[in-house]
Design a protein around this ligand. Sequence first.
Ligand code: PMP
Ligand code: G9A
Length: 414
Amino acid sequence: MVDYNHIFSERAHGMKASEIRELLKLTQRPGIISFAGGLPNPEAFPTDTTRKIVNELLDEIPQKVLQYGSTEGVPELRGALVEHMHKRGMKIDKNQILITHGSQQALDLLSKVLLDPGDTIIVGSPTYLGATGAFRAFQARMETVPVGEEGMDMDELDKRLEELIKTGKKPKFIYSVPTFQNPSGVTISGKNRERLLEIAAKYDVLIVEDSPYSYLRYEGEPQPHLLSLDGEDRVVRMQTFSKILAPGFRIAWTVGPAQLIDKMVIAKQATDLCTNPFGQYVAYKYVSSGAIDEHIDYIKKLYNEKRLTMLEAMDEHFPPEAKWKKPLGGMFIWVTLPEYINTREMFEKALQCDVAYVVGDAFYVENEGYNTLRLNFSHSSEEEIKEGIKRLGVVIKQEIKEKKGKLTEAIITP
Ligand code: PMP
Ligand code: G9A
């Protein structure tokens, strides 16, 4: 038999399976209540409107929707997105937009055109594991900066950049999910957004603004997008239809300096030629008719109710040792347990009680966060949220009791 381990590239050896993707297989088991994957609620899929749009497209332009499209994306969707972004304070041209198969592909293409093996980049601690998976596949050296209640720690970022540059390891970019971050739910404050742009300019590094959740705000005032604050072609912004329409279409858009977008287009030619035109035309109809805005209003209402239900259930069932912050938007609640708890060890026990979460350490590049976990509140029904949080509350209380007992034993009997 062939031993592939001797044949795989160095790059392939460095790749790591996504914990979320692996968990998805596990949590599809009947009876399990999963707060793991960041999945939209199936109730939120606009099937009637989509059916109508699909019929219209097949009647009106079958020769376009079933044909190959241009690598940049179909012109109608790119045009509609330019207008959509203008209305939200982002003045961009059509040649600054690339349509990709999800933002995940944009992260991959961006890495493909910017990263050589061993290049340094900066990511938050914690940060989105799908992004670190893409960066790792291109053999990036990831330096981390702590993410606190106001997002990335700007003093630490400034210090770290200075040190890295002094030692000849200038980062290519800073990767950030500035609004309702996955996994922590935190948003970078207005003051810190300006500071981030200043720091990036001071050290001349790019900023990757990955923003799938900015439209899902349930409370508080919107913060300016990093792209709107940028006057130097320093920011590349990613948005996706996955969380506001349906991830099944796999349609997202990246906006950035034309020079960078052009290179990503060439990289995409070698990857998949073009993003699926059928899905792009559906997305175009949603954007150009304004149906997307109506749909966003609908899901915001739905997800807000689920968020409040989960928070209320957590207040009722979680012990005082568990800590979390109320997220003002997005899809996640980030929980920190006492330091003597390992959520990876506890995961097996949760599964036995038919409830799942994502272990927090999966969102850290370095060995950290073993006492944290991420809960998704968008996917489950209200009933599942109440029941699942009750089950998880029992698991957490039991784990604390057990581990605390062991800790006391160890202190008493040295
Ligand atoms: N970035 C972040 C921060 C995400 O949370 C996700 C999805 N969970 C993605 C990118 C990828 O989204 P998609 O490929 O579905 O557009
Ligand atoms: O299904 C996926 O991998 C997308 C979800 C991401 C997440 O749970 O953060």
